[in-house]
Design a protein around this ligand. Structure first.
Ligand code: URA
Length: 220
């Protein structure tokens, strides 16, 4: 089986779709390849394209803050990736053919990182991984079975920046839901279990009531 480093090397040379022509860098992903938690966004923006790392702009700052405040972790303890690895011009939405072309890289990341919980950020990641056309407002507020993992859809942080306090509060609730799933499965975590597992174990305030409802052709 290929390693994540091999898949990354392949992605860095990718010309499978037209986005390759406009990129400065491929933004493959960042973080701990053995993480319990995988976050999936939409695609790199201008700053990410220049720096080669996901979520380093304003959205990323909010994401870092929420990860710290709700999960007690930073981006080195989880893994952060995007549906498409190259910047769509002018930050337009990724097109279906671009999402399809990039899909093998995302699938390989899910398979090789093998997270316990996947948090999708925004419509594109939730729809791509759950195989649904439902929007994020309808999808969020629950956890979905995703292979042997759970998938927790939440807003894209850019939507939270636009939407204000109410959307940020909902994003926080979604991250708490993700944390509860990690805590709930702590008996299955290996000894130590990484920073996130340790943070989860420390937390006495286990929020309850995480619905596990599931439509959707999750693929792993
Ligand atoms: N928005 C995304 O979806 N991903 C990034 O990496 C940056 C902004």
């Amino acid at each position: 089986m290929e390693s994540l480093a091999e898949v990354r090397a392949e992605a860095l040379a990718c010309t499978r779709c037209g986005l390759a022509g406009g990129r400065t860098q491929v933004v493959f992903g960042v973080g701990n390849p053995g993480a319990d938690l995988l976050l999936v966004g939409e695609g790199p923006g201008r700053e990410e394209d220049l720096r080669g790392e996901p979520f380093v702009g304003r959205s990323g700052k909010l994401l870092d803050t929420l990860l710290h405040q709700e999960l007690g972790i930073d981006r080195t303890s989880c893994y952060i990736a995007n549906v498409v690895k190259c910047r769509p011009p002018g930050n337009r939405d990724p097109r279906p053919d671009e999402i399809d072309a990039c899909r093998p890289y995302l699938d390989a990341q899910v398979r090789l990182i093998a997270p316990r919980v996947v948090v999708t950020l925004g419509n594109f990641a939730a729809r791509t991984l759950l195989g649904t056309t439902d929007g994020i407002r309808r999808l969020r507020g629950a956890a979905y079975p995703f292979g042997t993992a759970h998938l927790v859809p939440t807003y894209h942080p850019a939507a939270a920046l636009r939407g204000g306090a109410e959307v940020v509060a909902e994003m926080r609730a979604d991250l708490v839901r993700a944390k509860a799933l990690l805590i709930g499965r702590r008996s299955e975590l290996p000894a130590g279990g990484g920073v996130l597992a340790a943070a989860a174990r420390r937390d006495e305030q286990v929020p309850d009531g995480t619905a596990a409802r599931g439509p959707a052709g999750q693929r792993r």
